[in-house]
Design a protein around this ligand. Structure first.
Ligand code: NAD
Ligand code: ZN
Length: 358
């Protein structure tokens, strides 16, 4: 049984179909006006997809951060222009968040806007990035500095893509999902806390978890699509997570960095007396399932701090972080002036305060 979700956006609504079979769903997008942009890893591991689109000359989009940049988009633009892309065309993206961002950004700038459709193939793209309208590319070493708000007209989610997703990417997706459940509230957190061990062990039973994750995100992006207020609370775990990703040269996958970042935020929240340490420890138990096979490598603290300062959500003059007064009660606050919190953050890494069995 598939689920259907409508998401309201600034200029129109779009639909998410969850639990589709990609081969049947793709049939409606194989006309002369469609141009497919596909992650070659996905094509390589899904024979039915290959049979269906192989003869249609899809553009291959490698899932590397380098593709999401001006230079990285040039070969794709060359090819699209060579194929004489017009406003009548529709782009069909099949892949994870990289293919999504590259295709969405191209769709938003080509002829001032082409229709596009997205088939997310990673858990992160399915439970998070596919909705919310954002398209972003990187500039120099800084991530997602350039972008637009340009949602696809439809999103088709086939969970069977996840059968071939590498374990680290799966955990990264669960890290992101956990973040939505924590931002939502105690009932949702208790639900994922109970469901996560089985969901991690077998990729079965995911549909209701993904659906709920999208519902939580939808409620906020419908109220604050352009990220001027409430949506910033989704930054919970993210400023620290991004800095950790950057300082580790991306050895830490996004959702895993976010899991570490949430624990660090919870630790600082406990230190400020916003939550009891027992709650921080309870949440850490679940978060540690995400990062258990990805220890933090030796980091240069200066690079971590540089990343934190450059995080696009930081405000001039102070570093804005999201702390918590408990599940569902996130708050955006400045990092304390003085050294105390800086020392706590350095200790988190140096003394490995995230380890559960310390
Ligand atoms: N636009 C947004 O709102 C938004 C939100 C979050 C993240 N993002 C962006 O998304 C990107 C990360 O995307 P991601 O985590 O989805 O991963 P990804 O697109 O980088 O893919 C991760 C890896 O998994 C492979 N892969 C993808 N699907 C597969 C499948 N079904 N089977 C086997 N291998 C598969 C890819 O080839 C790649 O090697 C980042 O660039 C991030 O900035 C965008
Ligand atoms: Zn994220």
């Amino acid at each position: 049984m598939s689920d259907r979700l409508e998401v309201r956006s600034h200029d129109r609504s779009y639909t998410v179909e969850l639990g589709v079979d990609h081969v049947s769903a793709l049939q409606q997008y194989l006309g002369a006006e469609e141009i497919l942009l596909v992650d070659p890893n996905v094509l390589g591991s899904h024979a039915r997809l290959r049979e269906l689109v192989g003869s249609r000359d899809p553009l291959l989009v490698r899932a590397s951060e380098a593709v999401k940049s001006y230079e990285g988009l040039v070969p794709l633009l060359d090819e699209l222009v060579r194929r004489r892309v017009t406003r009548q065309h529709r782009l069909v993206a099949i892949g994870g968040g990289v293919v999504q961002d590259a295709t969405g950004f191209l769709a938003s700038i080509l002829h001032r806007g082409l229709r596009w459709v997205f088939f997310p193939t990673t858990l992160l793209a399915q439970c998070d990035s596919c909705i919310g309208s954002k398209t972003s590319i990187n500039f120099r070493e800084y991530k997602n500095q350039i972008g637009t708000f340009f949602p696809p007209e439809a999103i088709q989610i086939d969970l069977t893509f996840l059968a071939t997703l590498p374990e680290t990417e799966l955990r990264s997706g669960f890290g992101e999902m956990l973040h939505y459940y924590l931002v939502s509230g105690e009932a949702d957190f208790a639900r994922i806390e109970a469901a996560l061990p089985n969901a991690l062990a077998s990729r079965e039973g995911l549909q209701p978890l993904v659906l709920r994750s999208l519902e939580i995100k939808r409620a906020v992006v419908e109220r604050d699509e352009f990220d001027r207020g409430e949506r910033a609370l989704f930054n919970y775990g993210h400023s620290f997570g991004h800095a950790l990703e950057a300082a580790s040269d991306h050895a830490i996958a996004h959702g895993i960095g976010v899991a570490y970042g949430m624990d660090l935020a919870n630790l600082l929240s406990a230190a400020r007396g916003l939550i009891p340490m027992a709650l921080r420890n309870r949440i850490r138990q679940t978060l540690s399932r995400i990062w258990s096979s990805t220890p933090i490598p030796a980091l240069d603290p200066a690079r971590f701090w540089d990343g934190l300062l450059h995080d696009k959500k930081g405000r001039a003059g102070s570093i804005q972080i999201v702390l918590t007064a408990g599940p569902g009660r996130m708050l955006s606050v400045p990092l304390l002036a003085g050294d105390e919190e800086r020392k706590q953050i350095n200790a988190f890494f140096e003394e490995r305060l995230y380890q559960v069995d310390r």
